[in-house]
Design a protein around this ligand. Structure first.
Ligand code: COA
Length: 278
């Protein structure tokens, strides 16, 4: 099955406004080949503005989430072809991770199994991440003689502390889902047989929130990470004003439901999105 057609390297089903997008090379532990990278970008772009999709979940078929970059089809084959081919392959991979980081809709990584090296790119690209307790995370690059590229070195420092990052990258030892949650690589770890249900539960909560507010919130959290405090304050004023351009009615309706109707309490849950007034 090494010649899996490009369009089959990613699978996608939409159920109840949740798009379950899979790395679909289980026989290769879902490692990312140029074909998979190209197809993933297509699939994500197709989902981004669909009205029947509110949340995207990135999962792995079989025993892996993703075993990182394809050492043959991404690295060796392109290195043999030369610099131009390597740069193109990098652009294709980095391109869809970048799309994912700034995706219009909430995204969740459902890490069901192996997660290595380059897979930290899409892991970080997803807004939230839930792992199976027995999933395995590793920066295996050191074990085959390279540094953690493709953003992985940056990502491990961003998501966890300096000492953990250094140990993880230098030792080439894996950590399980529980440890990944402790370190901050994922939000939480649950037993494998509860993973899909827990992710669906989180997605269900997100589907009940104002989608415009979710988009501006997730982008704000990513942007302010790299800003000074004062720049963040300024950015957030401007981002909220820009968000009002897309949806000025939502928060007014929510305020009415709380202050006038006493129909909900924002401290305890979201307002009723389906209630539209003239
Ligand atoms: N690149 C290319 N091929 C890979 C791959 C990768 N990153 N990961 C797995 N494969 C291939 C194997 O070569 C094997 O191919 P084959 O059936 O043609 O021999 C197939 O996927 C199954 O892998 P296998 O090693 O037999 O599965 P396993 O379940 O015993 O072990 C891993 C799973 C993930 C521990 C092991 O495959 C592995 O160490 N992969 C490399 C992880 C890595 O370092 N990634 C690079 C990060 S940049």
């Amino acid at each position: 099955m090494s010649q899996r057609p490009e369009e089959d390297t990613v699978a996608c089903t939409v159920e109840n406004r949740i798009a379950w997008v899979s790395f679909n090379r289980p026989e290769k532990r879902n490692c990312m080949s140029p074909k998979l990278n190209r197809q993933m970008k297509r699939v994500l772009e197709e989902l981004e503005f669909r009205d029947d999709v509110g949340v995207v979940v990135l999962v792995g078929e079989g025993t892996a989430w993703s075993a990182g970059m394809d050492l043959k089809e991404y690295f060796r084959d392109n290195e043999e072809k030369g610099l131009g081919a390597m740069r193109q392959a990098q652009r294709e991979a980095y391109g869809w991770w970048e799309r994912l980081r700034w995706f219009e809709k909430p995204t969740i990584a459902m890490v069901n199994g192996w997660c290595f090296g380059g897979a930290y790119g899409p892991l970080f690209g997803c807004d939230l991440a839930v792992a199976a307790e027995d999933a395995q995370f590793g920066l295996s690059e050191i074990n085959w003689g390279i540094l953690p590229g493709g953003g992985a070195s940056k990502i491990i420092v961003e998501l966890t502390g300096f000492r953990n990052a250094m140990y993880h990258a230098m030792m080439g030892e894996n950590i399980d889902g529980r440890k990944a949650a402790e370190w901050g690589l994922v939000n939480e770890a649950v037993p494998a047989d509860r993973l899909k249900a827990r992710v669906a539960e989180i997605a269900g909560v997100l589907l009940g929130k104002n989608p415009h507010a979710l988009r501006s919130t997730k982008w704000a959290i990513r942007r302010v990470r790299e800003m000074t405090f004062d720049n963040s304050m300024d950015y957030l004023v401007r981002a909220q004003e820009a968000a009002n351009f897309f949806d000025n009615d939502g928060r007014k309706e929510a305020t009415r439901q709380f202050i006038d109707d006493k129909a909900f309490k924002p401290g305890l849950g979201a307002y009723d999105l389906n209630k539209v007034r003239d």
